[in-house]
Write a new protein. Sequence first.
Length: 271
Amino acid sequence: MPELPEVETTRSGISPHIHNKVVGQVVIRQENLRWPVSPNLVNALTGEKILSVERRAKYLLLKTGAGTVIIHLGMSGSLRIAHRESRIGKHDHVDIVFDDQTILRFTDPRKFGCMLWEEGNISEHPLLVKLGPEPLSDDFTSEYLHSASRRRKSAIKTFIMDGQVVVGVGNIYANEALFEAGIHPKREAGRVSIARYEKLTVSIKKILLRAIEAGGTTLRDFTSSDGQPGYFKQSLCVYGRGSEACRLCGTPLKEIRLGQRSTVYCSKCQR
DNA sequence: ATGCGGACCTGTTAGC
DNA sequence: TGCTAACAGGTCCGCA
């Protein structure tokens, strides 16, 4: 479900409900997520105040004075604000209950997500330390992408989806950004000119920003933390449109698999 | 160092 | 209508 815009939509959606609130209780119904929920999460987090709700890549970070909760939503995870009366669903794995009875509820049917407690310096955490720059930051430039890609044989789509290169570019937006930049997804990353990387970085930033403004992409059942669906899906140009007409030239879009991921492109507009 | 395929798990959809 | 297989937003890990 979540790509970076969905995670950012989740962050901004939950933050006002939990910022500066004190955790009264932590309820773990299912600890077998991608990694086991940290065994000391309940003891460590109870009584702590949420000082900030941050995001690094697709990780959400709930910072307290004692440590940080690291949350990843995986493919199917979501965080919602719930209340005592809210029905508990089959895949509602963790509740963080605040003193005012507000509940932050972690749901994840596929259990690819995680919820970890980290007391050390969060930026040195193994999951975060090797990550590339944020795509919306000033560090993410065509010069950076160009130099990082030299001698890289992999397809450019695989390259920009590599979290060590740049974070937050998932399958949907990788497809969309390459279409907008006019670059064939299979093109060898190391052979793309800096001018084309300039187009690509601009496209990535623009598409992610637009999606964040729209509240994320709605695919199947994504809803943001307040239950409102995102509205970006209707503006997707290629993702999910295999064999349909290119919005620019009318040519039927091609759909292939690249690194086991569905890849859609226009063979005329993307070279 | 880079690149690839497999793994994790459940729900939905496409096809017979 | 019902069963089965394929596929889905992510990304870590081990092996070549």
